[in-house]
Design a protein around this ligand. Structure first.
Ligand code: IMP
Ligand code: MG
Length: 201
């Protein structure tokens, strides 16, 4: 039988270095899972009978999405798109077009699954584009949000954790394409613990 191990005993739970940066543990896997289960329950309650279309924004949201969908009970459809506005440690402000959306969103209840809302430019543009394509409703489910970095008026209905305006990696998020595979979230040194955010509904 496989024995459960605790976060602090894992080798990668310690301080890690990716290229020129050092990161420290911030959100452990158990904490992430607990909060994601709560988000799944809210989504189940809100979308029962609506056959929502979940649009997962790659690459960063892949682990959040995987954990979320394991706990969703109601009928839904899932698709994946690419779009990236981020280069290295700072948002470039340039948002690309949606790549890979083959499904029609006309009349559909859409939920965007995102890793993190930083300036909000990506989500503002994506929600606007999906509404233009005729979606019946568009909501955002994001694991993380940095309110202090927000530059666009973005309404987040399903929010995992509010964090300080500091760079994070792990659980899907990268620093120059590395760190996505870490089972927890790590932050650049010198930051306090985040607060769990309740869904805004
Ligand atoms: P926004 O358009 O500025 O909100 O940028 C959102 C995107 O930037 C996210 O989907 C992430 O891919 C990326 N991003 C923002 N903050 C971080 C971070 O702290 N670490 C890694 N990627 C980030
Ligand atoms: Mg992203």
């Amino acid at each position: 039988m496989k024995k459960a191990v605790i976060w602090a005993s894992l080798p990668n739970a310690c301080m890690i270095t990716i290229k020129d940066k050092t990161f420290v543990p911030f959100l452990e896997p158990a904490e992430l899972e607990k909060r994601i289960i709560e988000l799944a329950r809210s989504l189940d309650a809100d979308y029962e009978g609506k056959n929502p279309l979940f649009i997962v924004v790659l690459k960063g949201a892949f682990l959040f999405a995987a954990e979320l969908f394991k706990h969703l009970g109601s009928a839904c459809e899932v698709t994946f798109v690419r779009l990236s506005s981020y280069q290295s440690l700072e948002s470039s402000g340039k948002v690309k077009q949606i790549i890979g959306l083959e499904e029609s969103v006309q009349g559909r209840h859409v939920v965007i699954v995102e890793d993190i809302v930083d300036t909000g430019l990506t989500m503002a543009q994506l929600t606007a584009q999906l509404s233009q394509k005729g979606a019946a409703s568009v909501e955002i489910a994001t694991l993380l949000h940095k309110p202090d970095a927000l530059r666009e008026n973005v309404s987040i209905r399903y929010l995992g954790f509010t964090i300080e305006n500091r760079f994070v990696v792990g659980f899907g998020l990268d620093y120059e394409e590395q760190g996505r595979n870490l089972p927890g979230v790590y932050v650049l040194e010198g930051v306090t613990k985040p607060q769990s955010s309740k869904a805004t509904k």
